[in-house]
Design a protein around this ligand. Structure first.
Ligand SMILES: NC(=O)C[C@H](N)C(=O)O
Length: 305
């Protein structure tokens, strides 16, 4: 089994070694799985349970003070499952898998996705707040009020930090927006020599309007898998979705590039088209691994067993 995982594209993390250890553990967990789909789910579980990443526990907080999780999973026969906007669901990737395997649908959202999780034994009502998340939220001056007030507030805040919450060009001082207490979106791709699977999981982006859903559960944007390649993306979700970044990587493989060259080209195109930052990981059907990013950093880990 070959597995590659990422821990989010963003600015350089403050404690790369401890994050790398969790990514290595995740890749190893995937490497011992029986099938590619088991491998990506097992790898993502490790990352969703770590408060160091923006997925499951430690996910980004939305404007109304809720952490909501989104995830996706896909196999190379183009079976697909995605679930989004789930408060209290740590293992969002498992809900995505339930959608793929147990429903006639591709994408289920919000309270109905949480109900589906309950029905299939995926734990709900989990406290997704980490100590870091609490400290960061406590530092913010959150206005009281409904959607209009929240929108006014986040218009000023959203996008000031990098896709994983670190501060970019902000003059907010230590407002807590994008400070070092960040966490990162996660993804995994696996290949067993015959078939491919890809999965992505996130808490979204810090200070998004309540109910905002980014690229992660959108097919072809935050994830894609076809006979040519499996792909997982991370970064500025609105921009990733506008150019269907993951599909773009797979398309380049279909046209003859290996996973590495396809990832490089897709990120170059993404940068030109959007001026934004993102990263991708991929494995092609010859077992070649690829990763590329145009942010300051994106940590990855891989295993081959
Ligand atoms: N850090 C991330 O990758 C965020 C994710 N792509 C989103 O926009 O929801």
């Amino acid at each position: 089994m070959q597995v590659i995982v990422h821990g989010g594209a963003g600015s350089t993390p403050d404690e790369p070694e401890s994050r790398q250890a969790v990514l290595d553990e995740a890749a190893n967990a995937g490497g011992t799985a029986e099938t590619p789909v088991d491998a990506v789910e097992a790898a993502i579980h490790v990352l969703e349970s770590s408060p160091r990443f923006n997925a499951g526990v430690g996910g980004a907080v939305q404007s109304d003070g809720f952490v909501r999780t989104d995830a996706s999973i896909m196999t190379d026969d183009r079976s697909v499952g995605a679930a989004c906007s789930m408060p209290g669901v740590e293992h969002a990737v498992s809900v995505a898998r339930v959608v793929m395997e147990e429903t006639p649908h591709g994408f289920v959202s919000g309270e109905h996705a949480v109900a589906l999780a309950e029905e299939y034994g995926v734990e709900t009502a989990v406290d997704l707040w980490s100590e870091r998340t609490r400290a960061k939220w406590a530092d913010l001056e959150v206005p009281e009020g409904g959607v209009g007030v929240q929108l006014e507030w986040i218009r000023d805040q959203y996008g000031r930090s990098d896709p994983d919450g670190r501060e970019e060009d902000s003059d907010e001082g230590d407002s807590g927006v994008g400070d070092e207490h960040d966490h990162d979106t996660v993804g995994a791709v696996a290949f067993d020599g015959e078939s491919l699977a890809a999965a992505t999981s996130t808490g979204g982006r810090w200070l998004a309007l309540a109910g905002r859903v980014g690229d992660v559960p959108q097919v072809g944007s935050g994830f894609y898998c076809c006979p040519a390649a499996g792909v997982s993306a991370t970064g500025a979700g609105e921009d990733i979705a506008r150019v269907t970044l993951s599909r773009r990587v797979a398309r380049h493989v279909e046209r003859g590039l290996d996973a590495g060259a396809a990832a490089d080209l897709a990120i170059e195109e993404f940068g030109e088209l959007t001026g934004s930052s993102a990263g991708v990981i991929a494995i092609d059907s010859s077992g070649r691994l690829g990763s590329a990013f145009n942010s300051d950093g994106m940590q990855t880990a891989s295993v081959e067993r």
